[in-house]
Design a protein around this ligand. Structure first.
Ligand SMILES: [Zn+2]
Length: 394
């Protein structure tokens, strides 16, 4: 008999609170029924009583697991000084073994945070392979860079990319628009950083500012770099047509972008704690959602977080809850099904609807574990039902 009946304080998924107190009847990884304990009955199975909130596992749609080696670091005065002082030394000095160990730590911290799948940005094919071979589902996007005369190198890398990986043209200020066009034409899953910084617009459209100075300093700039005619969001949407794209951040959009984005297959990977770490304010994710834009949650790298023992969008939900976004359905949509759809995985694996589920999480707070209390607490989740092997489903 593989049937289990679990009674808990509260049970929730992307639809919101399903029952409190809650009960779930499962057979292996098949959800049979969810509801109040008296609605489910005992159906001949002895109930297991747990204290806490039960949910499906989470999707982290934007991570950099290979940056998990140095742990949390304080912010710098500017994005460029952060790249120079925090990221560049890692990229310059890490051996293959150190990269492997950092990525392994990222995978373990993701699991500790209740993550079922990731949209991970890998700095090398070896890292992408390591994440893909881990228990985590989702997509590994190999990052490419190329401006001006270096665009052909990025395009060669896109053409040579093994079919199992996605591609991530890093950002409009580090990749020419032709690199984006070729990436979209490849038919592979694509992710990028977009409208992350105000400096991105002056760099791409005017060729001035700190990002251009930095690109010159590291030798990435050359006299063949072309200006973008338009805001990169508009240009990228034009190249994209109706193909899918995961666009991290979108901290800076104009009003007309709300409707433009709603008519695309772009998923915005909003990383609330990373945005706060870099000082970006007033992200328009709620307006995006109400206009019909798909928004999912990401963590960005561990470096920008405040939870040393886990990498989890649970803490992104908590961050937003504490800022006033308290609707469980809004938060859990962004933390589960929206991310799964963006990664091309069946979203129903991240729901408690009848059928397969990728695992079950249990989260507790000091008092009775309502959704609100779990959002106000700071403990990591535990796996009530361990993550389903991706060989079986992903
Ligand atoms: Zn990122």
């Amino acid at each position: 008999m593989t049937r289990k009946l679990i009674y808990c304080d509260t049970i929730a998924d992307y639809r919101g609170i399903l029952a409190s107190p809650g009960a779930i009847l499962i057979d292996g990884y098949e959800v049979i029924a969810v509801g109040l304990p008296e609605e489910i009955g005992t159906t001949g199975v002895h109930p297991i009583r747990v204290h806490g909130l039960v949910t499906p596992p989470f999707v982290n749609v934007h991570s950099h697991l290979d940056l998990s080696g140095i742990g949390i670091q304080p912010p710098e005065n500017s994005f460029v000084s952060w790249i120079e002082n925090t990221i560049a030394p890692i990229r310059k000095t890490s051996s293959e073994n150190e990269m492997h160990a950092a990525t392994q730590r990222g995978i373990e911290l993701s699991l500790a945070g209740g993550t079922a799948m990731v949209g991970d940005i890998a700095s090398t094919v070896a890292v992408a392979k390591q994440v893909r071979e881990s228990v985590l589902g989702g997509v590994s996007f190999v990052e490419v860079f190329g401006l001006g005369s270096r665009e052909t190198l990025a395009i060669d890398a896109i053409n040579a990319m093994p079919c199992e990986f996605g591609i991530s043209p890093h950002a409009p200020y580090s990749c020419g628009s032709e690199v984006f066009r070729k990436a979209f034409e490849s038919g592979k899953p694509i992710a990028t950083h977009l409208a992350e910084l105000p400096e991105e617009f002056e760099a791409t459209m005017k060729h001035v500012g700190s990002l251009v100075e930095f690109s010159k300093k590291i030798g990435a700039w050359n006299d063949q770099v072309k200006k973008w005619d338009n805001n990169p969001i508009d240009t990228i949407v034009g190249h994209l047509d109706q193909r899918k794209l995961i666009a991290a951040h979108l901290n800076y959009i104009e009003d007309h972008h709300l409707e433009l984005l709603a008519n695309t297959n772009i998923t915005v990977a909003y990383c609330p704690r990373a945005s706060a770490y870099f000082g970006h304010k007033n992200h328009r994710y709620e307006e995006m959602l109400s206009c019909g834009v798909s928004v999912a949650l990401g963590t960005d790298s561990l470096i920008c977080l405040d939870t040393p023992d886990r990498i989890s969008v649970l803490d992104e939900m908590r961050f937003l809850f504490q800022q006033g976004c308290t609707d469980p359905s809004v938060l859990l949509n962004m933390a589960t099904v929206n991310g799964a759809a963006a990664l091309g995985v069946n979203p129903s694996l991240l729901t408690l609807e009848r059928g397969s589920v990728a695992g079950l999480l249990l989260m507790v707070s000091q008092a009775e574990s309502t959704f609100d209390q779990v959002m106000q607490s700071n403990d990591k989740p535990t796996w009530l039902l361990p993550l389903l092997s991706k060989k079986q489903v992903f």
